[in-house]
Design a binder for this molecule. Structure first.
Ligand SMILES: Nc1ncnc2c1ncn2[C@@H]1O[C@H](COP(=O)(O)OP(=O)(O)O)[C@@H](O)[C@H]1O
Ligand SMILES: [Mg+2]
Length: 272
């Protein structure tokens, strides 16, 4: 596979803490499990934590920094996932890299990663400053992650403007931490509200799911162990859609948790 046919996807949001790194880790594993050679690049040099989410923090020897300085080869810095060898992480270097890193450096790293990988996922930092612009330079397309909160959607909108101005496309949307009950009660923006405001195609809907937090703390992405939790299924479906499969989106109004909703569903299916 040459870099020409590899996909370089920026995972970004504007606002911090909306689930970019979680998506990058889970999507990376899910793509790799489907047979795609996948590299994840931690471009959040200030707050690197993709290594932690993947459980790879103890296996880092070199980072993007040494690769750029020419003091090691890319293969030496890449950390292969033991359980999922199709996935490799290129760790972020020291936060002081931010002082000298340029968009051209990031382009160079991405081109190197593209030589041996079908997918290069770039975990962007929050914000729209230099760190984000560097990360954007490594990408050709983007996935915007947002939660259904007004502030997150507004920040996403700013990021979309920047991506458009740099001709990064397509841009697709993953709506994260969806709470069906709050949406139904109109205590949260609806899926349609968010897609209307941002005018982006929806690539995935991820429910609020406490298993995400458990897996984050363990350093084992949910998609690693065929977990059937709602978020695990959502991340796997995002991977399948990226790979070109048509997978229907869930309907949050049918995902209301709790006894009443479950009984309601059973009644709909005429079991009662
Ligand atoms: N769908 C979800 N359900 C529950 N918690 C989530 C979900 N997605 C992300 N989180 C939690 O939100 C926090 C921030 O996620 P993270 O991926 O680090 O965000 P970012 O990279 O955008 O800053 C983490 O504690 C993570 O476990
Ligand atoms: Mg992050």
């Amino acid at each position: 596979m040459s870099a020409a046919s590899s996909r370089f996807i920026l995972i970004c949001s504007g606002k911090g803490g909306v689930g970019k790194t979680t998506l990058t880790a889970n999507l990376g594993i899910a793509l790799a499990r489907q047979g795609a050679r996948t590299a994840v690049l931690d471009a959040d040099f200030g707050l690197r934590n993709l290594d932690l989410l993947l459980g790879l923090e103890n296996r880092i020897v070199y980072t993007a920094q040494e690769v750029l300085a020419g003091s090691c080869r890319l293969e030496q810095a890449l950390v292969k996932h033991k359980q999922e060898p199709n996935l490799a992480l290129l760790p972020a270097g020291n936060p002081r890299m931010l002082e000298w890193l340029t968009p051209e450096d990031m382009e160079r790293i991405a081109a190197l990663l593209g030589e041996a990988h079908d997918y290069v996922l770039i975990d962007a930092p929050a914000g729209i400053e230099g760190g984000f612009r560097n990360a954007m330079a490594a990408a050709r397309e983007a996935i915007i992650v947002t939660t259904p909160e007004v502030s997150a959607v507004r920040d996403a909108d700013r990021v979309i403007g920047l991506l458009n101005s740099e001709n990064v496309k397509p841009i697709q949307l993953v709506l994260n931490r969806v709470r069906p009950r709050m949406m139904a009660n109109q205590d949260m923006l609806s899926v349609d509200d968010v897609t209307d405001i941002l005018a982006l195609p929806l690539l995935g809907l991820v429910l609020e799911d406490e298993q995400v937090i458990v897996s984050t703390n363990r350093g084992e992405p949910l998609t690693l162990n065929s977990s059937q939790s709602p978020a695990a299924r959502a991340y796997t479906n995002v991977a399948r859609r990226l790979l070109g499969e048509e997978v229907p989106l869930i309907d949050p109004s049918k995902e209301r948790q709790g006894l009443r909703a479950r009984i309601g569903r059973l009644m709909n299916t005429k079991i009662f």
